[in-house]
Design a protein around this ligand. Structure first.
Ligand code: SF4
Length: 209
């Protein structure tokens, strides 16, 4: 299996370089600082398949209007209308209905029971907003690791047990929040669909170069 052939020193190099790069290139989005977990969960929902720059005005407007799930369900407009994401508003209403009656669970299996919460959002919420280590996987991260380690990827790679295991090996035990933000930023700014390899801190050991 591929994961058994990935040397520890290449994983350590990747982890160290991404953490160092992340400190110098941290993207200053407001949801990264919020202490309101409702707003944090909303941000992760808004960010799913939507660019951060596009989410920013909707997120700020949402936070000013809805301090809690109760605020949201007692009003009619959907914050997603302005994002052009009408398909998400029904799910979001169901989520707010539940969270008006209970706290956001800090357990991944319980989070996954909530409407609209998939594996990525659950892991992002836990690791980025709740101080609980959880490796994150999305299509951008699959692309980065596939290029760097030199394995082919497709739409199913993110669900493969070997890939989940590899991501678990890469994600640091302690600085997982910093690492996860850094890897999100690196895939957005450098290892994009059209990669900027000449500017990349991983180029020296990247299998794609
Ligand atoms: S060197 Fe290029 S392909 Fe490799 S990780 Fe960096 S940007 Fe991606």
């Amino acid at each position: 299996m591929f994961v058994n052939h990935v040397p520890d020193n290449k994983i350590k190099y990747l982890r160290r370089r991404i953490l160092t790069w992340g400190k110098q290139n941290y993207a200053d989005f407001p949801w990264r600082y919020t202490t309101n977990q409702w707003h944090a969960l909303v941000a992760e929902l808004m960010l799913q398949r939507t660019k951060a720059e596009q989410v920013l005005p909707a997120y700020l407007s949402f936070c000013n209007t809805y301090q809690s799930p109760r605020d949201y369900i007692s009003s009619s407009p959907s914050p997603f209308i302005s994002l052009g994401l009408h398909w998400r508003s029904d799910t979001f209403k169901k989520l707010a209905d539940i969270l008006a009656r209970q706290k956001i669970p800090l357990d991944k299996s319980q989070l996954l029971q909530l409407p609209g919460i998939g594996d990525y959002i659950a892991s992002a919420f836990l690791s980025l907003h709740a101080g609980i280590r959880a490796p994150i996987i999305d299509s951008n991260i699959v692309r980065l690791y596939g290029r760097f380690f030199g394995f082919p990827t497709d739409g199913e790679t993110r669900r493969k047990s070997w890939f989940i295991e590899l991501t678990g090996r890469i994600t640091p035990k302690r600085s997982f929040k910093d690492f996860n933000y850094a890897v999100i930023d690196l895939t957005r700014m450098v290892c994009k669909p059209k990669p900027l390899c000449s500017q990349c801190i991983l180029a020296k050991k990247c299998s794609n170069v």
